[in-house]
Ligand binder design. Structure first.
Ligand SMILES: Nc1ncnc2c1ncn2[C@@H]1O[C@H](COP(=O)(O)OP(=O)(O)OP(=O)(O)O)[C@@H](O)[C@H]1O
Length: 265
């Protein structure tokens, strides 16, 4: 299956609660060519997850449209695999059962499942852990299983919501490198949410910086540094400073908003 072309067209998302309305996304327009690695960057509350969930089809836009290869998203689909921060593995299944589960549901025959699972276990360095349960794995290993599970379904698009946010720095870098390797091998379209500026520069072809409430596109930057990128290089650090300034402005708006709300309480 090929990577997918994703278009976000004039998307608004409004959450209505008992006493107020939150405009989480306002007039988002993004054209993501197939195979692009996009990071959505911004402080807490700027709508990154809301946008990702809209592309996933979990929570549709209030207005506007999202299309995948021209077809409007009306719900979740196997063409868009999601990896969450909290792994979302089945605790009662072993590593290999977790990875093969989606294929079993699809009715794939046992030998084919076995072949696919074996290949993914090898690809992600999990072969020795195939019979373990999630509770007996480190956070990094669990996240590898979550990635393998999405890869098992050959989803041409991977949607990743802060998948490495809970990991220590070294494990995080290892998984970032593995993800880059998988991406360059399998040519998937990836939308990856992060609030880490360094992670975004290390990974992405393109960084979309979002504003805090309402979530809009503040800056859309193409990153053309060669991979693997060196976080100590001058070019990396120049971009880090530029993005740091943009994110800080939004963080400040978040902070001011919180102060205002505290004053009302
Ligand atoms: N189900 C909901 N009901 C009401 N408001 C919501 C709901 N989901 C999100 N919001 C609000 O929409 C805004 C965007 O939230 P969202 O979780 O998308 O931001 P985010 O950038 O992903 O933040 P974080 O990094 O903290 O996950 C926030 O102000 C949030 O409070």
């Amino acid at each position: 299956m090929n990577a997918k072309h994703i278009q976000v067209q004039a998307v608004n998302k409004i959450f209505k609660t008992a006493d107020k309305e939150v405009v989480a996304l306002r007039d988002i327009n993004l054209d993501i060519p197939e195979g692009q690695f996009v990071c959505l960057l911004g402080p807490s509350g700027c709508g990154k997850s809301t946008l990702l969930n809209a592309v996933a089809g979990f929570a549709l836009p209030s207005s506007g449209a999202i299309t995948v290869n021209g077809a409007t998203v009306t719900g979740p689909g196997p063409d868009r695999g999601m990896v969450f921060q909290e792994y979302a593995l089945f605790p009662w299944m072993t590593v290999e059962q977790n990875i093969g589960f989606g294929l079993e549901i699809k009715g794939t025959d046992k030998a084919a499942i076995r072949r696919k699972v074996d290949a993914l276990l090898a690809m992600l360095g999990l072969t020795d852990f195939r019979a373990r349960f999630p509770k007996d794995l480190s956070g990094g290993m669990r996240q590898r299983v979550a990635i393998a599970r999405v890869l098992a379904l050959d989803s041409p698009t991977m949607l990743m919501d802060e998948p490495f946010g809970a990991l220590d720095a070294l494990t995080r870098r290892n998984l970032q490198d593995e993800l880059l390797r998988i991406w360059s091998e399998l040519k998937k379209t990836i939308i990856f949410v992060t609030h880490s500026i360094e992670e975004a520069i290390y990974l992405a072809d393109r960084i979309v910086v979002m504003t805090y409430r309402p979530g809009t596109v503040k800056r859309d930057i193409l990153v053309d540094l060669p991979r693997l990128r060196d976080p100590s290089s001058a070019a990396f650090n120049a971009l880090k400073r530029e993005l740091g300034q943009l994110v800080m402005e939004e963080q400040q708006r978040h902070h001011n908003d919180e102060l205002k709300m505290a004053a009302v309480d």
